[in-house]
Structure formats: structure tokens, C-alpha cells
Design a protein around this ligand. Structure first.
Ligand code: ZN
Length: 59
């Protein structure tokens, strides 16, 4: 599920619309997926899963 937060480069307003409701400038994606906080949690979760799997192998 993607978070479609956009930002107006002209006035810095955050919106979910393609056009800024204030100045009608075309908005850009505010948060690239790379830098999304949820991605950090996902990496952490994958690490925990890997550790869990290796623990099972040792059993
Ligand atoms: Zn604007």
C-alpha cells in the first residue's frame, strides 16, 4: 500500500492532490519510498525473521 503524500514545490504545502489547492502548481511526491520510515521497520522485521529461521535450523 503506497502513501501518496505530495508536496507543492512552490509553497511547501502537503497535499494528496496533483495540483496544489493554494497556488495550483503541480505537486511532487513528498516522501520517496527509500526514505519511508516503514521501510526501516520492514528491514528490521526481515532481520528478525532471518534470526528466527537460523534458530530453528540449530534446533
Ligand atoms: Zn502551492
Amino acid at each position: 500500500m503506497k502513501t501518496l503524500i505530495r508536496k507543492c514545490p512552490h509553497c511547501g504545502l502537503y497535499t494528496m492532490k496533483d495540483l496544489c489547492p493554494v497556488c495550483s502548481s503541480k505537486t511532487v511526491m513528498a516522501i520517496p519510498m527509500k526514505y519511508s520510515p516503514s521501510d526501516k521497520f520492514q528491514k528490521y522485521r526481515i532481520k528478525l525473521i532471518e534470526e528466527d529461521n537460523s534458530a530453528k535450523n540449530n534446533d
